[in-house]
Ligand binder design. Structure first.
Ligand SMILES: *[C@@H]1O[C@H](CO)[C@@H](O)[C@H](O)[C@H]1NC(C)=O
Ligand SMILES: *[C@@H]1O[C@H](CO)[C@@H](O)[C@H](O)[C@H]1NC(C)=O
Ligand SMILES: *[C@@H]1O[C@H](CO)[C@@H](O)[C@H](O)[C@H]1NC(C)=O
Ligand SMILES: *[C@@H]1O[C@H](CO)[C@@H](O)[C@H](O)[C@H]1NC(C)=O
Ligand SMILES: *[C@@H]1O[C@H](CO)[C@@H](O)[C@H](O)[C@H]1NC(C)=O
Ligand SMILES: [Ca+2]
Length: 527
């Protein structure tokens, strides 16, 4: 059996010969040396490496034990699911076992007892590794396929999800989408997300059991019906934007939205025959190693590329330390048939002695200075070797010189600072009165109002006088009859008319109170 599986996998189109070696020892006129090629691991049965999660809690049948019937035998409800009995239990792992004896083993949900509340279940598969699909995803349902379901994928270990394909017996009704078939897609629409009715219609629960996500049909758009012209597919994968990513996943989720009905409507009097049962989920693909590895191994609970070309990381997505004289690049399928390795280069090896710490791919010779210098330093670096930070950036002390995060933006407060440059620890140069690393604070005795200004008044030294109150250190609010920055000046002294006016209303006690009230009001209004 194992042999047969290995043999079958070997026959998969993408597992054939091409791009399966990363380097070879060749003899040239200059003597023997290594030659490097773009390379990728073989396709594998990805269900062997997956972790699964079924939601919501309690959706798996058998706790408490429950009877169910089948569409063939709706009134003979003698089947039983019992989680505590290994012979009658239907846990999620049975979707990934190998059914050597030909007997289907399957995960099963509870029945649709709660109708008309929808019977919803999510099956989430996670690899903690990016995988490139190389063949159809095939989901096998016992006792009928769902009448509505959806396939979703994630490319970032489950942080964000995207629809991958919609399935319904009536796409318009279920998703307001026209029904389409993958075989009708064209070269420009090969990565379209569509709704298909091909896998949701009732055909007798024993007959058609599989729901597919058609990878081969999509490949065939470029490689021909027998996938003979793989060169054309590889060329397309390199040139068509988003096409490679379309076949790449870290996680998959089946959202089961309505079970098989076995007819056109739900029979309320016998809800025990409605449930989901999945016996197998086949996912065939290879580890994504950016064409820098031909082996992928299961280590410490996750798949990992065995990176070549002096790359490293789970997906060979960066250059090894001391091999960063130019930026990392993925290998390429082109030119056919061996591709380009785009290997990482040791410092000093690629461009004579011009090290650019991985921030530039180009060096240029400046004649009149007689130096070789890096061109177009990236990641906010500058300098002959991209070894300095651009103006307005400072050195990240916890990052190495070849780290993408080596330069941090100064972020000086535009109003509070003299300019947008900062010193090596990120401190900006502040205008008078401003303080803080970014100059967005004021020194004591200064207040912030589009910059820092010296206090006009406060509660200690610059007290408002004659009963005036200090408003936000900006000015004194003076009582009637007083003025001046600190209300230190009586209006009588300053202006005879003010004084006379005040005197005429000061006649009675009532007027005095009124005056006090007006004073209060004035204070408020002035704010
Ligand atoms: C299934 O997953 C989707 C998100 O992809 C979530 O919105 C939904 O609530 C989940 N359904 C169940 C039954 O857990
Ligand atoms: C995922 O893989 C990475 C890299 O191999 C590993 O460090 C991490 O622990 C894994 N996470 C889980 C949840 O397995
Ligand atoms: C990677 O580095 C090693 C050790 O320096 C070197 O022998 C090898 O040729 C390099 N490989 C590539 C693809 O550059
Ligand atoms: C400094 O570099 C480290 C290491 O790369 C990085 O984790 C960190 O985010 C960087 N700090 C900033 C502020 O960018
Ligand atoms: C940067 O400026 C701050 C504040 O003036 C100072 O404390 C610090 O020592 C300076 N750092 C360097 C490396 O000059
Ligand atoms: Ca099974």
């Amino acid at each position: 059996m194992l042999h047969l599986v290995a043999l079958l996998l070997h026959c998969l189109p993408l597992a054939m010969g091409q791009y399966d070696i990363c380097k070879s020892w060749v003899t040239t006129d200059d003597g023997p040396s290594w030659e490097f090629y773009a390379c990728q691991p073989k396709a594998m049965r990805m269900k062997d490496y997956v972790t699964v999660r079924v939601d919501p809690a309690g959706i798996t049948c058998g706790d408490p034990p429950e009877r169910f019937c089948t569409h063939e035998n709706p009134y003979l409800c003698s089947d039983e699911c019992d989680a505590s009995n290994p012979d009658l239990a239907h846990p999620p792992k049975l979707m990934f076992d190998s059914e050597d004896e030909g007997l289907a083993t399957y995960w099963q949900s509870v029945t649709w007892r709660r109708y008309p509340e929808p019977l919803l279940a999510n099956i989430t598969l996670s690899w903690n590794k990016s995988i490139e699909l190389t063949d159809d995803i095939v989901i096998t349902f016992e006792y009928g396929r769902p009448t509505i379901m959806m396939l979703e994928k994630s490319l970032d270990n489950g942080r964000t999800w995207h629809p991958y394909q919609y399935y319904a017996d009536d796409c318009m009704e279920a998703f307001s989408m026209p029904a389409r078939r993958v075989r009708d897609l064209s070269t420009t629409s090969a990565n379209r997300v569509l709704c298909t009715e091909e896998y949701s219609r009732w055909a007798g629960s024993k007959k058609e059991k599989t729901v597919r996500f058609e990878v081969r049909d999509r490949f065939a758009i470029f490689a021909g019906p027998d996938l003979k012209n793989m060169d054309n597919l590889y060329t397309r994968l390199e040139s068509a934007k988003g096409l490679k990513d379309f076949f790449t996943v870290t996680d998959l989720r089946m959202r089961l939205l309505r079970p098989a009905l076995g007819g056109t409507y739900v029979q309320r009097e016998n809800l025990y025959k409605y449930f989901y049962a999945v016996s197998n989920i086949e996912v065939t693909g290879r580890c994504k190693c950016n064409l820098h590895a031909n082996l992928c191994t299961f280590k410490e609970g996750s798949l990992q590329c065995e990176c070549e070309h002096n790359t490293t990381g789970q997906d060979c997505g960066k250059c090894k330390k001391n091999f960063r004289s130019r930026s990392w690049r993925a290998g390429s399928y082109l030119p056919l048939p061996n591709g380009s390795p785009n290997a990482c280069a040791a410092a000093g090896s690629a461009f004579g002695n011009c090290e650019c710490y991985g921030h530039s791919n180009r060096c240029s010779y400046i004649d009149f200075l007689n130096v070789v210098t890096c061109v177009s330093c990236k990641h906010n670096t500058r300098g002959q070797h991209c070894q300095h930070c651009r103006l307005g950036f400072y050195r990240n002390s916890s990052a190495e010189l070849d780290d993408e995060n080596v330069c941090i933006e100064c972020n000086c407060n535009q109003i509070g600072s003299m300019h947008d440059r900062c010193n090596e620890t990120g401190y900006c140069e502040c205008k008078e009165g401003a303080t803080g690393p970014k100059c967005d604070d004021c020194l004591p005795n200064y207040y912030w109002r589009q910059g820092c200004f010296p206090n006009v008044c406060d509660d200690e030294l610059l007290l408002c006088q004659n009963g005036g109150t200090c408003y936000q250190n900006q000015r004194c609010v003076c009582p009637v009859g007083f003025k001046g920055v600190l209300c230190q000046q009586s209006r009588c002294e300053a202006d005879k008319k003010d004084c006379d006016g005040a005197a005429s209303v000061h006649g009675s006690l009532g007027a005095v109170l009124l005056g006090a009230l007006a004073l209060q009001l004035r204070g408020w209004v002035d704010l």
